[in-house]
Design a protein around this ligand. Structure first.
Ligand SMILES: CC(C)(COP(=O)(O)OP(=O)(O)OC[C@H]1O[C@@H](n2cnc3c(N)ncnc32)[C@H](O)[C@@H]1OP(=O)(O)O)[C@@H](O)C(=O)NCCC(=O)NCCS
Length: 209
């Protein structure tokens, strides 16, 4: 048997740990080896996550759809990272005293949801409890503090809408097509369709796979 070198062993360990964390099958997702993923996190098939990104679900869950492109150094927050600031101290005393219940020291937020085909630029932060709609684009180094509409382009701190990907009618048709749920091999067989732009997509025939 060939003994793997250190780098190969590290990569293998990363793949196994990622598979264990994300559940089966994890093979369709690409998670950089130095990402931190923990807690109840669900990541859809074919989504990739760039290096040093952190997706840590503590006291609430994080769901990410299929075919998302998540850049490097992105952070997706959950309730466990939101300190309360309405009391005497913002300090999370549970970190030094195991008897103290964590939930009393964090702001309650709802779950964080990122749709399908979402592109998140590098260095962005997604605040806890936010919902990002299908097909949205998040500009580099943005801080997303509010829900983002499907197919909108947002950027900045705090992130504000700077554009949309499609006309309203086209966005509705793309949403209805739910192309991301199609069989992957069939989708790849019609890869040209995925490059159709707004003008071409005004013709509903162009959305038939
Ligand atoms: C969001 C993005 C896709 C927008 O691209 P675009 O549609 O070509 O946008 P434009 O360059 O025409 O900019 C439109 C406006 O938004 C602003 N803007 C664009 N990106 C911004 C960002 N990340 N943060 C703040 N403002 C931004 C521009 O300054 C411009 O403002 P103005 O109208 O006042 O001049 C792009 O700027 C971006 O951030 N891409 C992510 C790149 C990245 O992280 N890649 C690696 C990860 S895979």
């Amino acid at each position: 048997m060939r003994i793997p070198d250190r780098a190969a062993a590290k990569l293998l360990a990363h793949r196994l740990i990622t598979r264990w964390k994300l559940g089966e099958p994890a093979g369709h997702r690409r998670v950089a080896h130095d990402c931190k993923i923990s807690g109840p996190v669900t990541i859809g098939d074919y989504t990739y996550i760039g290096g040093r990104s952190e997706i840590r679900a503590v006291l609430s869950s994080i769901t990410i759809g299929r075919y998302c492109s998540i850049g490097r150094d992105v952070k997706v927050f959950s309730s466990g990272q939101a300190h309360r600031f309405d009391g005497l101290s913002t300090y999370p005393f549970y970190v030094i005293d195991r008897e103290v219940e964590r939930r009393h020291y964090n702001v309650e937020t709802t779950d964080t949801t990122i749709g399908n085909d979402v592109w998140i630029g590098s260095n962005s932060i997604i605040q806890a409890g936010v919902t990002i709609g299908d097909g949205a684009v998040i500009g580099a180094a943005s801080v997303v503090t509010r829900d983002v509409a499907p197919y909108s382009i947002v950027a900045g701190v705090p992130a504000r809408q700077i554009g949309t990907r499609f006309d309203d009618g086209v966005a509705a048709a793309v949403a209805e097509s739910q192309w991301w749920l199609l069989d992957h091999d069939r989708l790849m067989g019609r890869a040209g369709h995925l490059l159709r732009t707004n003008a071409a997509l005004r013709d509903p025939e162009q959305l038939r796979f």
